[in-house]
Design a protein around this ligand. Structure first.
Ligand code: HEM
Length: 431
């Protein structure tokens, strides 16, 4: 139990922390986190009606401390993503008691986690990714062709920032283009969605039993799909990451179908919406600042700074959760063993103690030690890939576009977890 003196928020303020619409509104979420960072940087969020209480951590230093202390702050047994109580009950009903819908890197702690992480760690290092540059470059070219053909006005999200990272991640998983939409649909069915424009599975109109069947069916479909893919990759391995997983062993045993599917699913799910969000954010920043666009077009040495700042400024993964392994003091609050804790990356990346003028997009920010990729043992496995994808795409866009400006109001998705733009209307000239 938390001590009597625990700092607590409830009612509307607690609801604002968990309301997907507040994240779409963005400035109101930033205002809320700014207030909390200053008044109650570690605070208990209570609203017994709809969610289990959890601690909200908003300052950069505290989020870093939690990320790096993987002994005290565990990814088990509670969900690593915030869910309403109904969602957690639902996950338990599907899995037979676990809050984790799928077992994967994000749901393992040591000693299991490092054994699985080690399997693909080298594959995701820059030295190995170099060999992907030509393939990614070809995808970037076709993507920009599509944008230019749709001009002079078009929505950047469905044409560029959504499909491009999806193609890249499906390519490394060995999923042929004709199956991409099916994979996307399956992930959407499994993880549901908080935004009515993005959630194509119509769960809102279904009964609990129908949803359970749908999700259980999606998990089974995934397993069957990837079991076949893995068999192909064992028979004729290529140099993609799917072949590594298909041929991997842990403690001398090959991965079973369920573990293999979990590995593929986490890569498929983690690899596209995230990079889409930072790509769209970077484009919005350039469309809003023609001088910056012109400078970058003339001097590509500025590109890494733009990419890094876009990742901080958008913070596509808005939080992850941890569970306290023991009683621990954090930010002056006494956290009890078993308590559920939210590391809020948006807030940490806007902490004025670390980032001057944090709401400003400042491509020359240096150092820019944001926490958008997390830190510690679970730090994003795909961070080099995300940066590489963005650099290749923006080089192509800068070569081909002569001007860009906003052609309407950008819109953000309703989401507490992975968030970002769902519409970015642009007007542009190019060839
Ligand atoms: C801008 C794009 C991206 C952002 C902002 C992002 C962010 C994150 C964050 C915050 C975490 C959790 C870190 C932690 O718990 O400390 C994570 C984990 C992970 N990410 Fe990313 N990610 C991005 C792109 C990618 C890509 C392209 C891939 C792979 C194709 C990927 C694969 C993963 C995996 C597998 C994990 C789990 C790692 C583990 O638990 O050991 N991510 N990512």
């Amino acid at each position: 139990m938390a001590s009597q003196a625990a700092a607590t928020i409830s009612g509307d303020e607690a609801y604002a922390v968990i309301d997907p619409k507040n994240y779409a509104a963005w400035d109101s979420a930033l205002d809320l986190f700014e207030k909390l960072r200053n008044d109650t940087p570690v605070v208990r969020v209570e609203n017994d009606e709809i969610h289990d209480p959890f601690w909200l951590v908003t300052r950069y230093d505290d989020v870093m401390r939690m990320s790096k202390d993987n002994k005290t702050f565990l990814n088990n047994p509670r969900s690593v993503v915030f869910s309403l109580r109904a969602g957690l009950d639902f996950a338990k009903s599907i899995t037979g008691g676990s809050e984790h819908m799928v077992a994967s890197l994000v749901t393992f702690d040591a000693p299991t986690h490092p054994k699985y992480r080690k399997l693909t760690q080298d594959w995701f290092m820059p030295k190995n990714l170099k060999k992907m540059e030509d393939e990614i470059g070809a995808l970037a070219r076709t993507t920009v062709d599509r944008l230019i053909a749709a001009g002079p006005e078009a929505d950047f999200v469905p044409l560029v920032s959504a499909p491009y990272p999806l193609h890249v991640v499906m390519q490394i998983l060995g999923v042929p283009e004709e199956d991409e939409q099916r994979m996307l649909f399956l992930t959407q069915q499994m993880f549901g969605g908080q935004d009515e424009d993005l959630n194509k599975s119509n769960m809102a109109n279904m009964t609990a039993d129908q949803i359970t069947q749908l999700v259980a069916g999606a998990v089974a479909d995934f397993e069957a799909y990837f079991a076949k893919l893995a068999a192909d990759k064992r028979a004729s391995p290529t140099d993609d990451v799917a072949s590594i997983i298909a041929n991997a062993t842990v403690d001398g045993e090959p991965l079973n179908d369920r573990d293999m599917a979990g590995y593929y699913i986490i890569l498929a799910a983690a690899g596209h919406d995230t990079t889409s969000a930072s790509t769209a954010g970077a484009m919005m920043a350039l469309a809003q600042d023609p001088d910056q666009f012109a400078r970058l077009k003339a001097d590509r040495s500025l590109l890494p700074g733009i990419v890094e700042e876009a990742i901080r400024w958008t913070t596509p993964v808005q939080h992850f959760m941890r569970t306290a392994a023991e009683d621990v003091e954090l930010g002056g609050q006494q956290i009890a063993k078993g308590d559920w804790i939210m590391m809020n990356y948006i807030s940490a990346n806007h902490d004025e103690r670390v980032f001057d003028d944090p709401r400003k997009f400042d491509a020359s920010r240096s150092p820019n030690r944001h926490v958008a990729f997390g830190a510690g043992a679970h730090q994003c496995l795909g961070l080099h890939m995300a940066r590489l994808e963005m650099k290749i795409l923006f080089n192509e866009l800068l070569d081909r576009l002569d001007s860009i400006e906003l052609a309407g109001e950008p819109k953000r998705a309703n989401s507490t977890f992975v968030g970002g733009l769902k519409a970015l209307p642009l007007k542009f000239t190019g060839k």
